[in-house]
Design a protein around this ligand. Structure first.
Ligand code: NAP
Length: 204
Protein backbone atom coordinates (compact mmCIF):
# COMPACT_ATOMS: atom_id res chain seq x y z
CA UNK A 1 0.00 0.00 0.00
CA UNK A 2 1.46 3.43 -0.91
CA UNK A 3 2.40 5.81 1.89
CA UNK A 4 0.52 9.12 1.91
CA UNK A 5 1.37 12.71 2.82
CA UNK A 6 -0.69 15.90 2.84
CA UNK A 7 0.92 19.33 2.51
CA UNK A 8 -1.62 21.96 3.49
CA UNK A 9 -4.22 21.06 6.09
CA UNK A 10 -6.83 23.79 5.77
CA UNK A 11 -10.31 23.26 4.40
CA UNK A 12 -9.40 20.83 1.61
CA UNK A 13 -6.30 19.15 3.10
CA UNK A 14 -8.16 18.81 6.40
CA UNK A 15 -11.17 17.23 4.67
CA UNK A 16 -8.88 14.73 2.92
CA UNK A 17 -7.24 13.87 6.25
CA UNK A 18 -10.67 13.24 7.80
CA UNK A 19 -11.69 10.99 4.90
CA UNK A 20 -8.43 8.99 5.10
CA UNK A 21 -8.71 8.78 8.88
CA UNK A 22 -12.29 7.51 8.66
CA UNK A 23 -10.99 4.51 6.68
CA UNK A 24 -7.98 3.97 8.95
CA UNK A 25 -5.59 4.84 6.09
CA UNK A 26 -2.24 6.15 7.35
CA UNK A 27 -1.12 9.64 6.32
CA UNK A 28 1.32 12.31 7.49
CA UNK A 29 -0.11 15.84 7.49
CA UNK A 30 1.90 19.07 7.38
CA UNK A 31 1.26 22.80 7.29
CA UNK A 32 3.50 25.89 7.32
CA UNK A 33 3.47 26.37 11.12
CA UNK A 34 4.77 23.00 12.25
CA UNK A 35 3.45 19.65 13.52
CA UNK A 36 2.63 20.96 17.02
CA UNK A 37 -0.12 23.16 15.52
CA UNK A 38 -1.91 20.13 14.07
CA UNK A 39 -2.98 18.42 17.30
CA UNK A 40 -6.66 19.28 16.86
CA UNK A 41 -6.88 17.89 13.32
CA UNK A 42 -4.95 14.75 14.26
CA UNK A 43 -7.23 14.12 17.25
CA UNK A 44 -10.31 14.59 15.06
CA UNK A 45 -9.05 12.47 12.14
CA UNK A 46 -8.11 9.44 14.23
CA UNK A 47 -5.07 7.31 15.01
CA UNK A 48 -3.98 6.65 11.40
CA UNK A 49 -3.25 10.37 10.87
CA UNK A 50 0.01 11.81 12.23
CA UNK A 51 1.52 15.29 12.07
CA UNK A 52 4.91 15.84 10.47
CA UNK A 53 7.02 18.36 8.65
CA UNK A 54 6.46 19.46 5.05
CA UNK A 55 9.53 17.42 4.06
CA UNK A 56 8.20 14.29 5.79
CA UNK A 57 4.83 14.62 4.07
CA UNK A 58 6.55 15.23 0.71
CA UNK A 59 8.61 12.04 1.04
CA UNK A 60 5.54 9.77 0.80
CA UNK A 61 4.51 7.81 -2.30
CA UNK A 62 1.36 9.86 -2.84
CA UNK A 63 1.45 13.51 -1.73
CA UNK A 64 -1.68 15.65 -1.64
CA UNK A 65 -0.86 19.34 -1.98
CA UNK A 66 -3.64 21.67 -0.80
CA UNK A 67 -2.32 25.20 -0.49
CA UNK A 68 -3.92 28.46 -1.58
CA UNK A 69 -2.60 29.43 -5.00
CA UNK A 70 -0.49 32.47 -4.06
CA UNK A 71 1.47 30.33 -1.56
CA UNK A 72 1.56 27.13 -3.60
CA UNK A 73 4.86 27.66 -5.40
CA UNK A 74 6.54 28.43 -2.06
CA UNK A 75 5.08 25.28 -0.51
CA UNK A 76 6.62 23.23 -3.34
CA UNK A 77 10.01 24.95 -3.23
CA UNK A 78 13.04 23.42 -1.51
CA UNK A 79 11.65 19.90 -1.29
CA UNK A 80 13.74 16.80 -2.08
CA UNK A 81 13.66 15.48 -5.68
CA UNK A 82 10.21 14.11 -6.48
CA UNK A 83 11.80 11.23 -8.32
CA UNK A 84 8.51 10.03 -9.83
CA UNK A 85 6.45 10.17 -6.65
CA UNK A 86 2.81 11.15 -7.15
CA UNK A 87 1.62 14.69 -6.42
CA UNK A 88 -2.15 15.09 -6.19
CA UNK A 89 -2.93 18.65 -7.23
CA UNK A 90 -6.07 19.58 -5.30
CA UNK A 91 -5.65 23.26 -6.12
CA UNK A 92 -7.40 25.91 -8.15
CA UNK A 93 -5.89 29.20 -9.35
CA UNK A 94 -8.11 31.43 -7.30
CA UNK A 95 -8.34 33.29 -4.04
CA UNK A 96 -11.28 34.26 -1.91
CA UNK A 97 -13.30 37.32 -2.98
CA UNK A 98 -12.87 40.25 -2.69
CA UNK A 99 -9.26 39.38 -3.57
CA UNK A 100 -8.68 39.67 -7.32
CA UNK A 101 -8.85 36.70 -9.71
CA UNK A 102 -5.56 35.03 -10.60
CA UNK A 103 -4.35 35.22 -14.19
CA UNK A 104 -2.74 31.97 -15.33
CA UNK A 105 -2.61 33.11 -18.95
CA UNK A 106 -5.29 30.68 -20.08
CA UNK A 107 -3.22 27.67 -19.05
CA UNK A 108 -4.30 24.50 -17.30
CA UNK A 109 -3.21 25.32 -13.73
CA UNK A 110 -2.00 21.75 -13.23
CA UNK A 111 0.56 22.31 -16.02
CA UNK A 112 1.98 25.14 -13.87
CA UNK A 113 2.05 22.87 -10.82
CA UNK A 114 4.01 20.35 -12.91
CA UNK A 115 6.61 23.05 -13.60
CA UNK A 116 6.85 23.85 -9.88
CA UNK A 117 7.36 20.17 -8.97
CA UNK A 118 9.77 18.77 -11.56
CA UNK A 119 9.84 14.97 -11.80
CA UNK A 120 6.60 14.58 -9.85
CA UNK A 121 3.86 12.60 -11.56
CA UNK A 122 0.97 15.02 -11.13
CA UNK A 123 -2.69 14.02 -10.98
CA UNK A 124 -5.37 16.66 -10.53
CA UNK A 125 -8.12 15.50 -8.16
CA UNK A 126 -10.06 16.42 -4.98
CA UNK A 127 -10.30 20.05 -6.21
CA UNK A 128 -13.82 20.36 -7.62
CA UNK A 129 -15.90 19.90 -4.44
CA UNK A 130 -16.57 22.54 -1.86
CA UNK A 131 -14.61 21.34 1.15
CA UNK A 132 -17.77 20.64 3.12
CA UNK A 133 -18.93 18.13 0.52
CA UNK A 134 -15.53 16.45 0.58
CA UNK A 135 -15.77 16.15 4.36
CA UNK A 136 -19.08 14.28 4.11
CA UNK A 137 -19.40 10.54 3.67
CA UNK A 138 -18.95 9.51 0.03
CA UNK A 139 -22.19 7.51 0.36
CA UNK A 140 -25.09 9.65 -0.79
CA UNK A 141 -28.62 9.03 -2.08
CA UNK A 142 -27.98 5.32 -2.59
CA UNK A 143 -24.84 5.97 -4.63
CA UNK A 144 -21.30 7.27 -4.33
CA UNK A 145 -20.10 10.86 -4.62
CA UNK A 146 -18.10 11.46 -7.79
CA UNK A 147 -14.46 12.56 -7.80
CA UNK A 148 -12.96 13.62 -11.11
CA UNK A 149 -9.30 13.13 -11.85
CA UNK A 150 -6.95 13.89 -14.75
CA UNK A 151 -3.27 13.56 -15.54
CA UNK A 152 -0.70 12.60 -18.13
CA UNK A 153 0.75 9.51 -16.40
CA UNK A 154 -1.56 6.50 -16.68
CA UNK A 155 0.09 4.57 -13.83
CA UNK A 156 -0.09 7.53 -11.47
CA UNK A 157 -3.76 7.99 -12.33
CA UNK A 158 -4.39 4.29 -11.65
CA UNK A 159 -2.83 4.65 -8.17
CA UNK A 160 -4.96 7.70 -7.37
CA UNK A 161 -8.04 5.95 -8.76
CA UNK A 162 -7.40 3.01 -6.39
CA UNK A 163 -7.19 5.39 -3.44
CA UNK A 164 -10.37 7.21 -4.51
CA UNK A 165 -12.12 3.84 -4.63
CA UNK A 166 -10.78 2.80 -1.21
CA UNK A 167 -12.14 6.02 0.23
CA UNK A 168 -15.57 5.08 -1.12
CA UNK A 169 -15.92 7.70 -3.87
CA UNK A 170 -16.64 6.97 -7.53
CA UNK A 171 -13.61 8.15 -9.52
CA UNK A 172 -14.08 9.39 -13.08
CA UNK A 173 -11.05 9.78 -15.35
CA UNK A 174 -11.42 12.96 -17.44
CA UNK A 175 -8.23 12.50 -19.43
CA UNK A 176 -5.03 14.51 -19.62
CA UNK A 177 -3.82 17.74 -18.06
CA UNK A 178 -4.17 19.96 -21.12
CA UNK A 179 -7.78 19.06 -21.90
CA UNK A 180 -9.26 16.96 -19.09
CA UNK A 181 -8.08 18.96 -16.08
CA UNK A 182 -9.57 22.18 -17.50
CA UNK A 183 -13.07 20.67 -17.27
CA UNK A 184 -12.92 20.74 -13.47
CA UNK A 185 -10.48 23.59 -12.89
CA UNK A 186 -11.95 26.55 -11.05
CA UNK A 187 -12.72 29.17 -12.21
CA UNK A 188 -13.95 28.30 -15.69
CA UNK A 189 -14.43 24.53 -15.75
CA UNK A 190 -17.98 23.38 -16.47
CA UNK A 191 -17.86 20.60 -13.86
CA UNK A 192 -16.77 22.58 -10.82
CA UNK A 193 -18.61 22.70 -7.49
CA UNK A 194 -21.34 20.23 -8.50
CA UNK A 195 -21.93 17.42 -6.00
CA UNK A 196 -22.54 14.59 -8.48
CA UNK A 197 -23.56 11.12 -7.24
CA UNK A 198 -23.10 7.90 -9.23
CA UNK A 199 -26.06 5.58 -8.82
CA UNK A 200 -25.23 1.95 -9.55
CA UNK A 201 -28.60 0.74 -10.82
CA UNK A 202 -28.91 -2.81 -12.13
CA UNK A 203 -29.58 -3.16 -15.86
CA UNK A 204 -33.22 -3.91 -16.69
N1 NAP B 1 -11.94 25.63 0.27
C1 NAP B 1 -12.57 24.96 -0.70
O1 NAP B 1 -13.77 24.67 -0.60
C2 NAP B 1 -11.80 24.51 -1.91
C3 NAP B 1 -12.48 23.74 -2.87
C4 NAP B 1 -11.78 23.22 -3.94
C5 NAP B 1 -10.43 23.51 -4.11
N2 NAP B 1 -9.79 24.31 -3.19
C6 NAP B 1 -8.35 24.57 -3.40
O2 NAP B 1 -7.61 23.87 -2.41
C7 NAP B 1 -6.42 24.60 -2.09
C8 NAP B 1 -6.40 24.81 -0.58
O3 NAP B 1 -7.52 25.61 -0.25
P1 NAP B 1 -8.08 25.67 1.23
O4 NAP B 1 -9.41 26.34 1.14
O5 NAP B 1 -7.97 24.33 1.87
O6 NAP B 1 -7.00 26.68 1.89
P2 NAP B 1 -6.77 27.03 3.42
O7 NAP B 1 -7.94 26.55 4.24
O8 NAP B 1 -6.37 28.45 3.47
O9 NAP B 1 -5.52 26.11 3.82
C9 NAP B 1 -4.26 26.32 3.21
C10 NAP B 1 -3.25 25.41 3.88
O10 NAP B 1 -1.99 25.60 3.22
C11 NAP B 1 -0.99 25.61 4.22
N3 NAP B 1 0.24 26.25 3.73
C12 NAP B 1 0.43 27.50 3.27
N4 NAP B 1 1.73 27.69 2.95
C13 NAP B 1 2.36 26.51 3.21
C14 NAP B 1 3.70 26.08 3.11
N5 NAP B 1 4.67 26.88 2.65
N6 NAP B 1 4.00 24.82 3.49
C15 NAP B 1 3.05 23.98 3.97
N7 NAP B 1 1.74 24.34 4.08
C16 NAP B 1 1.41 25.60 3.72
C17 NAP B 1 -1.61 26.35 5.37
O11 NAP B 1 -0.90 26.11 6.55
P3 NAP B 1 -0.80 27.24 7.69
O12 NAP B 1 -2.21 27.51 8.12
O13 NAP B 1 0.05 26.61 8.74
O14 NAP B 1 -0.15 28.43 7.03
C18 NAP B 1 -3.01 25.71 5.38
O15 NAP B 1 -2.98 24.49 6.10
C19 NAP B 1 -6.48 25.91 -2.88
O16 NAP B 1 -5.68 25.80 -4.02
C20 NAP B 1 -7.96 26.03 -3.26
O17 NAP B 1 -8.15 26.72 -4.48
C21 NAP B 1 -10.43 24.81 -2.09
Amino acid sequence: MPSIGIIGTGMIGGAIALRLGSKGIAATVANSRGPETLAELVAKAGPSITAGTREEAASKDIVFVSVNWPKLKGALTGLPDWNGRILVDTNNPMQRPPLPAIDVGGRASTAIVEEWAPRARVVKAFNHHYFMNLEKSPDADGGRRLLFYAGDDANAKAEVAKLIDRLGFFGLDLGDVEHGSRLFQSPGGSLIAHDFVKIDSPLP
